[in-house]
Design a protein around this ligand. Structure first.
Ligand code: HEM
Length: 529
């Protein structure tokens, strides 16, 4: 995956900086003018938050390290829980305490609910016509309501439990097969990716990702799997033009070109699958019996969207449907699979955690059958393992960037309009003033405590899903998927690794392990389910 630092190094080495002195003077003049205007704007009478010295043009871009969540955490120790950086010409507020995160994402949520403009939003995400990268306003509200109320409501998520359970059973069987019945190591990183892709694709389209019918219609599922990886790599690169707008037109790193290419390929696949659904619906409509049969079966979200003509009197266009399919697939897959990979790594390093999980699971389901989603409610320790993972390993350690839509005073500091907000969820989850032994993986810390990371809107001591208006709408779906996958894998198999595990991470769209997770399964149940 391209590292943000690779892109930043281009600037550090000076390879592309404008050469002529005139241009430099002009840029410095504009920079001074800009600083002056920011200071003048401060009619609220507060100072800007503290932060390191920012160079003209590049600001602090050249100082960011390969793992920015760790780097910003270290800097936060010097400058405090609100720090101001300049990324290129973009004023950027970095927040790294629970109390300050609450100020920004709850008290002043309405001011910080927008997203900054970016090449990814323009060229990949349907020119901001998706939900994830759309600026705050009526269009985003329409899309968010459609997604939260119609697609990801509790009843709908529950209706897909059979999809998740079936895909998990297929995954367990493929583990056993791939390992040569316990002889060989299995690549769990790839396995979790395939599992979450299969679940999300089936929930959207109603078809298996590599089923025969899918293959007959051109293998849309397989195609989108490859494209999702490509999109993640491209979005993971820092685009210089997003931070130094007057260099944007040059597309120095070729990011815009790659984004456009990936967008066109993804849009084509999504368009095709929507057209196929439309045609099938028309055919079924003619055959009433089959239509009833289809209605009784679980529908994919694309069918749900096609059946709805409007929401609150506003039409649901084909572009809306395409963008929502795009968002749910891309936002739901990597985040969930990364969050399953880390607790499996901890379980492999800590036999005691696996043992406690197995004892609890067996007390609920015995050894003769696989775990179902209904069982999870009775498994407090398994749920604590998931919570502890979300605390220590948030898949998006800096959430997604927010942007302020007006001047604002927060925590005694002035935050100018159009500042970028970065909330360091990784640092908050490891804050020693909130957590005892913060760096240790101890699921027991949540036992007997009513901590509801998914639904409690007032809980800011860990923020794996963000909070407020832009908080993740897929939390409930992610929660059931992760709990089921972990319980099933630990119940069916005893896992072992060769040697010590490397626990370092990469920073890209999500924060996966830097080295794929390989482990050997030994069957615990009498037969593979
Ligand atoms: C463990 C899994 C997941 C994690 C850790 C996660 C985390 C996040 C985070 C941190 C954000 C940004 C919040 C912010 O900007 O303040 C977000 C946004 C979002 N997530 Fe998730 N997510 C997960 C799974 C999912 C799933 C399964 C779906 C869909 C079914 C989903 C859909 C979205 C969408 C659409 C947004 C954008 C919301 C908006 O901008 O209005 N996520 N997620």
């Amino acid at each position: 995956m391209a590292s943000p630092l690779d892109s930043i190094n281009i600037i550090r080495e000076g390879a592309y900086l404008p050469a002529t002195a005139t241009l430099c003077s002009l840029i410095i003049f504009l920079w001074v003018l800009h600083r002056f205007s920011v200071q003048r704007k401060n009619r609220l009478g507060f100072r800007l938050p503290p932060g390191p010295f920012a160079w003209p043009i590049i600001g602090n871009l050249n100082q960011l390290k390969r793992l920015p969540h760790r780097d910003l955490h270290e800097r936060g120790k010097k400058y405090g829980p609100i720090m101001m950086l300049k990324l290129g010409s973009v004023p950027t507020v970095v927040v790294s305490s629970s109390a300050m995160a609450k100020e920004f994402l709850k008290t002043h949520d309405n001011v910080f609910a927008s997203r900054p403009q970016s090449a990814a939003g323009k060229h990949l995400a349907y020119n901001y016509k998706d939900m994830v990268l759309a600026p705050y306003g009526p269009y985003w509200r329409h899309m968010r309501k459609l997604c939260v109320v119609e697609l990801l409501n509790a009843k709908r998520i529950e209706s897909f439990s059979c999809v998740r359970e079936e895909e998990m059973l297929l995954t367990v069987r493929s583990v056993w097969e791939m390992s040569g019945q316990g002889e060989k190591l299995v690549n769990l990183t790839n396995l979790f990716s395939s599992f979450t892709q299969a679940v999300m694709w089936r929930i959207l389209s109603g078809t298996k990702i590599s089923s025969q019918s899918d293959a007959q219609v051109g293998g849309n599922g397989e195609e989108i799997k490859k494209l999702a990886v490509e999109a993640a790599v491209t979005v993971g690169a820092v685009n210089i033009g997003d931070f130094i707008p007057y260099l944007d037109w040059m597309d120095l790193q070729g990011v815009k070109r790659r984004l456009k290419k990936v967008h066109n390929s993804i849009a084509q696949v999504i368009k095709k699958i929507i057209e196929e659904h439309e045609q099938r619906r028309m055919k079924l409509h003619k055959d009433k019996d089959k239509e009833q049969e289809q209605n009784a079966a679980t529908k994919g979200l694309i069918d749900v969207l096609l059946e709805m003509e409007s929401l609150d009197g506003k039409a649901i266009t084909e572009e809306n449907i395409e963008a929502i399919v795009f968002d749910i697939f891309l936002a739901g897959v990597e985040t969930t699979s990364t969050t399953i990979e880390w607790p499996m790594s901890e379980i492999l390093r800590n036999r005691g955690v696996a043992k406690k999980m197995q004892e609890e699971i067996e007390s609920v389901v015995g050894r003769e059958r696989a775990v179902s989603e209904r069982d999870i409610g009775s498994m407090e320790y398994v749920q604590c393992v998931v919570k502890e993972t979300l605390r220590l390993y948030p898949a998006l350690p800096l959430l997604l960037p927010h942007e302020s839509t007006q001047d604002c005073a927060v925590g005694g500091y002035f935050i100018p309009e159009r500042s970028r907000l970065i909330v360091n969820a990784w640092a908050i989850g490891r804050d020693p003033s909130l957590w005892e032994d913060p760096l240790e993986f101890k699921p027991e810390r949540f036992m007997g405590k009513k901590v509801d990371v998914v639904r409690d809107k007032d809980y800011f001591d860990m923020l794996p899903f963000g909070a407020g208006r832009r908080g993740c709408p897929g939390t409930a779906m992610a929660d059931v998927t992760m709990n089921l996958a972990l319980a099933q894998l630990v119940h069916c198999f005893e896992w072992s690794v060769d040697g010590d595990l490397d626990m370092t991470e990469l920073f890209g769209v999500t924060t996966p392990r830097s080295v794929h997770l390989l482990a050997r399964p030994a069957l615990r149940l009498s037969t593979c389910p």
